[in-house]
Design a protein. Structure first.
Length: 485
């Protein structure tokens, strides 16, 4: 049994990964993730992320509220589903996570050989308190040691197969509840090859392949022209990019997903190679008739701003292709043809699909806004439960109901305070349009040599046709002049 953890700030990315949002359609029915427990959250990944963020905002001192644990079991260890879930629940218990006061999601992944579970936990509880994930009074960066001790404790107490290679283990006889291995025990451990351990862990192997695929996709995007744009592009895919610097600037790069970190050299993406690609992309767009990429982007921004604004405000009933066409963006098999300053350009991007996605996101945000608005109104109008007087005799049932009423009234008051301090805000359509435009401007744009060639051929054809018409007019002129007097 292996327990690992990644902390972060993005609930949406962690929940989306756990629920396989981006790959769900590619998985077979028996490979799709299973939600085991959904505690104090509801809806899809986006909705749960919004709920968790709302609670996390109640404690401004917690800047990294996302806890993403994964619990993996050896495929050769024959455990029932009940035994595995008992172990997962044991992890939650050891962390101090309670059903009454914490938001968390437990998901089982079924697309790997070894059974494993993902636990997405909000570090801030419903009372605004921070979950203590430190180890032995030390800072949170020592949580890896705590994970080792928790896993070893559960293995011992639940009779599971103990995992070899740990340097710190659970010890009920120790006052601290754990102990580090002695020198003799450490010498007896077999040295582990890091690459080999990653290759044997299907989860880590899957993550490494995903990082490599996203990095390669970024390098093929001609619109990415700087380290910042490269970093932003991958962060949108849920991958954190870290640059190593020296006196001369950036000297190396590493990538981090939810559960694994890799150096660029491990996935055939050294910084020198990445830098060369970015420099190539950063060159000025092929210039014909004195046009630069900056000029193209300025014209394209104006056009797309008009089209996207109309589509978002009109919702789903608008003909996006027609709006693009009447503003000079004509769909072709390779993208969209576009003319700026008499230069024919080809924009290699599916603008219509991107605008449609923006319209859908706008509608979804407004739907969530209306739901939240109605919920807040319901909370504002809600009245506290009555606390009844408890008689001297036979008052047990009334005391129990009063206790429930007190809990309800406490949470109702907390929710009203949160709504007062942070009421729901109407979605910003202009920001959605701006985000779409920013992505569109990163598209690969090149001079459309095919259209240029067609225009040259048409020009030659018109010249030939004009000469032929002149020749045909000359005999008529000669004929009329020959019979004039």
């Amino acid at each position: 049994m292996v327990v690992g953890v990644i902390t972060g700030n993005g609930f949406r990315g962690a929940l989306g990964y756990a629920l396989k949002d981006q790959k769900l359609d590619e998985l077979k029915a028996d490979q799709k993730p299973e939600i085991i427990t959904q505690n104090n959250v509801y809806g899809n990944a986006r909705e749960m992320a919004r709920q968790m963020r709302f609670v996390a905002n109640g404690n401004s001192r917690v800047s990294v509220p996302v806890l993403h644990f994964y619990v993996s079991f050896d495929a050769q260890e024959k455990l029932t589903e009940s035994e595995r879930q008992n172990a997962v629940n044991g992890v939650l218990k050891e962390l101090g996570v309670t059903d009454e006061n914490h938001q968390y999601l437990v998901v089982k992944h079924n697309d790997a050989k070894n059974p494993h579970y993902h636990l997405i936990i909000n570090k801030v509880d419903l009372d605004g308190k921070k979950l203590n994930i430190g180890f032995d009074g030390k800072k949170e960066e020592f949580i890896a040691n705590r994970c080792h001790v928790i896993a070893d404790k559960i293995e011992q107490e639940q009779g599971l197969q103990r995992t070899e290679g740990r340097k710190i283990i659970y010890d009920p006889n120790s006052s601290k509840g754990y102990r580090k291995l002695s020198k003799e025990e450490l010498k007896a451990l077999k040295p582990r090859d890091k690459k080999e351990s990653i290759s044997k862990d299907p989860h880590k192997r899957e993550q490494e392949s995903r990082i490599k695929a996203e990095v390669m996709a970024a390098l093929q995007n001609k619109g990415i022209r700087s380290p910042e744009e490269f970093k932003t592009f991958l962060e949108q895919k849920g991958i954190d990019v870290r640059f190593m610097e020296n006196r001369n600037g950036i000297s190396g790069v590493s990538f981090k997903s939810d559960t694994i970190s890799v150096k660029g050299s491990q996935i055939e993406a050294k910084w020198n190679d990445i830098s060369k690609v970015l420099q190539e992309n950063n060159k000025v767009l092929q210039e014909t008739k004195t046009i630069t990429r900056a000029e193209v982007e300025r014209h394209l921004r104006t056009t797309l701003e008009k089209v996207a604004s109309i589509c978002v405000s009109s919702s789903y009933g608008v003909n996006i292709e027609h709006l693009l066409k009447i503003r000079g963006l004509v769909r072709t098999s390779q993208g969209y043809s576009y003319k700026v300053n008499d230069v024919n350009l080809l924009i290699k991007s599916d603008l219509e699909s991107s605008i449609r996605a923006t319209v859908y996101e706008s509608g979804n945000l407004y739907s969530q806004y209306e739901e939240r608005k109605a919920y807040e109104e319901q909370v504002r109008n809600a009245k506290p439960m009555e606390i009844k007087k408890v008689p001297l005799l036979f008052g047990k049932e009334i005391r129990e109901k009063n206790a429930e009423a007190e809990i309800y009234n406490k949470r109702l008051e907390q929710e009203k305070q949160k709504i007062t301090l942070n009421p729901v805000k109407e979605p910003d359509q202009e920001q959605l349009v701006e985000d779409f435009i920013q992505n569109a401007l990163k598209s690969e744009i090149e001079v459309d040599t095919r259209v240029e060639k067609q225009e040259r051929e048409l020009s030659r054809f018109e010249q030939i046709k004009s000469k032929q018409e002149q020749k045909e007019q000359r005999p008529e002129q000669n004929y009329s002049s020959g019979y004039s007097r």
